[in-house]
Design a protein around this ligand. Structure first.
Ligand code: NOJ
Length: 563
């Protein structure tokens, strides 16, 4: 019998160091000219993603949806919305991405369905207490005639988390829970049928070769079944709570058992399939989701929310590495996504941290210095890509796009706009369709002569298109391309560790391996670069052997410590 080599370390799975590119499908590329991005557009741009150098794409929901929340309101989990294409096209896309060496992660939304899901129609047609209603969270109202909602919970998009239905006989009836828009009724995860149906949906897509799922609102599925009040004032639009212990509808213990089952489904497939949790929970609770028999990774929102300040970031990075190591999960890093103002804009404000107001979609109160924001965004990209673990890029950040804060009110689609009584504009400003080429809108987003993009693009994006930046050495696109290539090819990036180095005030410097270091200068004082280390890449031009403010450098070599 051959001897087993017990000391050999198994190769780390792809997702532990992957750079995953988020495709917000509606805004990525429009293949058929209807003004909305689609699978045909994505297929045509796969070579671009390959050239950019990403390991995987995460595609936001592409399932049939009335689009009350940009597709996060799903009417059928095992089909494709006709606006995006067909199931056959989706299958071809997966195969083509794989042929290019790009993995495919889908978005799954288990907290709620669309109100146009067959189950919800059945629930409305059925009687209170029926099995059809039991798939959702229906309750009688309070007050003499049930005219008051069952409790005081708030929708994340503003307003009550409950909507009253009309019973089939025409009388005012029960209320159903929706932690998001009224068009997104929350599912009841105590229902066996809900559980098994989601397992079937996971299998449906795993069978088609997808490499994993990003789990939407992973912390929300299970609610305290007593539905206790939170003590929210009647007229409050938002809950606005922060880090409350033992919240009755976030981060309940019961979610873990669901993910243990999901993990078994993933493991019944060949290859390394991955689950990525969108779990907005206290940092010390996040490892619970990433235990060996649960999910694989999770977004690190502390990094995304952090101010552009060395001490804060160092702390966030340390915690990001340390907390997840407890359960053997790799750290992950993300700067932007489709729910928050783009980081070029955030970093160009006086207050660079993502505030609660931003999360509710309010544009920053302060003016933005875009040049400064861009400079910091370049430095942040090299910082993020030098950290151990995985990283998530949001489409357009590689082009240096900013938050479009002046969209006309009549084009806004985010449900937050209406649900907040038109006081909070919402997240459309980071979802504006990408500029690909040419000097006139839609800048190659769709074919010439097609419909205008579903959100208007700023005229200046002519100078931010992929074509315009391609080959221009100082462009954001070339910075990302080079950084991703070096990250793949250069020794040192594969180490799982980070060691902080002594550095002047206002500088963060760390070593990834004896041959690879990274330094970020946040201060106004240029930092002298060590002479015995070679410069691999800098986020902006350096002159005279010093690192200027808001600049990151990658250094290679060895020898003396960074001085
Ligand atoms: C998180 C998603 O990222 C966001 O876009 C969506 O509105 C909510 N979950 C509800 O599904």
């Amino acid at each position: 019998m051959p001897r087993t080599r017990i000391h050999q370390k198994p190769a780390a799975p792809w997702w532990s160091t992957a750079v995953v590119y988020q495709v917000y499908l509606r805004s990525f590329a429009d293949g058929n000219g209807d003004g909305v991005g689609d699978i045909a557009g994505l297929r045509a741009r796969l070579p671009y993603l390959r050239e950019l150098g990403v390991d995987a794409v995460w595609i936001t929901p592409w399932y049939p949806s009335p689009m009350a929340d940009g597709g996060y309101d799903i009417a059928d989990y095992r089909a494709i919305d006709p606006a995006f294409g067909t199931l056959a096209e989706a299958e071809e896309m997966i195969a083509e991405a794989h042929a290019l060496g790009v993995r495919v992660v889908l978005d799954i939304v288990p907290n709620h369905t669309s109100d146009r899901h067959r189950w919800f129609a059945e629930a409305l047609a059925a009687a209170p207490g029926s099995p059809e209603r039991d798939r959702y969270v229906f309750r009688d109202g309070r007050g003499e005639a049930g005219e008051l909602p069952p409790n005081d919970w708030r929708s994340e998009f503003g307003g009550r988390a409950w909507t009253r239905v009309t019973e089939p006989d025409g009388t005012p009836g029960q209320w159903y829970l929706h932690l998001f828009a009224a068009e997104q009724p929350d599912l009841n995860w105590a229902s066996r049928e809900v559980r098994s149906d989601f397992e079937a949906s996971l299998r449906f897509w795993f069978d088609r070769g997808v490499d994993g799922f990003r789990i939407d609102v992973a912390h929300g599925l299970v609610k305290d079944h007593t539905l206790p009040d939170l003590g929210i004032a009647d007229d409050a639009v938002f809950e606005h709570e922060g880090g409350k212990e033992d919240h009755p509808h976030w981060d309940q213990e019961g979610v873990h058992e669901i993910y243990q089952t999901w993990r078994k489904v993933a493991e019944s497939y060949a290859g390394d399939r991955v689950f990525v949790a969108e779990a907005h929970v206290r940092e010390d609770r996040l490892p619970l989701y990433l235990r060996q028999d649960e999910l694989h990774t999770a977004f690190n929102f502390a990094f995304l929310k952090s101010a552009w300040e060395p001490n804060v970031l160092r702390e966030v990075i340390d915690r990001g590495v340390r907390t997840l190591a407890e359960v053997g999960a790799p750290p992950t890093w993300v700067l932007s996504n489709h729910d928050v103002p783009r980081h070029v804009t955030r970093y160009g404000r006086r207050d660079t941290a993502l505030g609660r107001r931003d999360e509710n979609g309010r544009p920053g109160a302060a003016a933005t210095d875009r040049a400064l924001g861009t400079r910091r965004a370049r430095a942040a990209a090299l910082l993020m890509l030098a950290l151990p673990g995985g990283a998530y890029l949001y489409q357009g950040e590689e082009l240096g796009l900013w938050e479009v804060e002046d969209l006309p009110a009549d084009v806004l689609r985010d449900p937050t706009w209406e649900r907040s009584g038109r006081t909070v504009r919402g997240r459309d400003g980071c979802r504006v369709p990408l500029p690909w080429s040419g000097s006139d809108a839609p800048f190659g987003f769709g074919p010439a002569g097609g419909e205008a993009p579903w959100l208007p693009q700023p005229a200046e994006w002519e100078y931010f298109s992929a074509q315009f930046q391609s080959g221009a050495p100082a462009s954001m696109l070339e910075l990302y391309r080079t950084a991703l290539r070096l990250r793949r090819e250069q020794p040192g990036f594969d180490s799982g560790t980070l060691r902080w180095l002594d550095a002047p005030e206002g500088v963060l410097a760390f070593e990834r391996s004896p041959v690879l270091r990274c330094a970020v200068n946040f201060s106004g004082d240029p930092m002298p670069l060590p002479r015995d280390w070679g410069v691999l890449l800098t986020s902006d031009r350096i002159t005279g052997g010093t690192l200027p403010a808001d600049t990151t450098v990658w250094l290679w070599g060895g020898g003396a410590a960074l001085r």
